[in-house]
Design a protein around this ligand. Structure first.
Ligand SMILES: Nc1ncnc2c1ncn2[C@@H]1O[C@H](COP(=O)(O)OP(=O)(O)OP(=O)(O)O)[C@@H](O)[C@H]1O
Ligand SMILES: [Mg+2]
Length: 167
């Protein structure tokens, strides 16, 4: 009898410096598919945007791509071309930090963003409910240098993919 796939899978990492965060971003970029929701939470300034930037640059194959924090625009989109066996992907980078009322999120058109691509959402905890299939990433400041603690928890169909990823 086949065993049921795990419903969630967690992994704890220490990211000693920003280069480690960027390497994690490259690894996660290879995992992303249409319909994926990645929730980025944790301390102010812990590196949510830095990690999203690394994912986006890796998937775009362009280390110089300008990836500003979406704190003020709320949403930034990127069109990643098909490359190295990975499908073309619309990436929607969202930051809900300045959102006052969760109902405002409806105006952002994120349902379509998931139909066509992947969402990387900072401060997603401001939303009441999130897609059941998703990757939660929590970054925490560790000491006063550049080290960060990182907890990855993949839910639903994401779990097997995270487990198989060599980090
Ligand atoms: N290991 C690390 N990983 C990520 N960023 C690091 C690391 N070490 C130092 N930094 C620095 O920490 C800062 C992280 O800023 P970033 O804007 O990515 O944080 P954030 O979590 O998105 O903040 P906010 O809550 O305001 O959205 C950057 O200045 C970056 O250079
Ligand atoms: Mg940010």
């Amino acid at each position: 009898m086949k065993s049921e796939p795990p419903k969630s899978f967690s992994r704890d990492l220490t990211l000693p410096d920003e280069a480690a965060t960027e390497a994690l971003g490259r690894a996660l970029a290879s995992l992303l598919r249409v319909g994926d929701f990645v929730a980025l939470n944790g301390d102010l300034g812990a590196g949510k945007t830095a990690l999203a930037r690394a994912i986006i640059r890796a998937r775009l194959g362009d280390d110089d791509e300008d990836v500003p924090s979406p704190t003020f625009t709320l949403v930034q989109t990127y069109e990643a071309p098909e490359a190295d066996g990975a499908e073309a992907l619309l990436i929607t980078h969202v930051d809900l930090y300045r959102l006052d009322d969760p109902s405002e999120v409806r105006e952002l058109g994120l349902g379509e963003a998931l139909d066509e691509g992947a969402i990387l959402m900072e401060w997603s905890e401001k939303l009441g409910s999130l897609p059941a299939t998703r990757l939660d990433i929590t970054l925490t400041l560790k000491g006063d240098q550049g080290a960060r603690a990182c907890r990855l928890t993949a839910h639903g169909a994401f779990a097997n993919r995270l487990e198989a990823l060599n980090l």
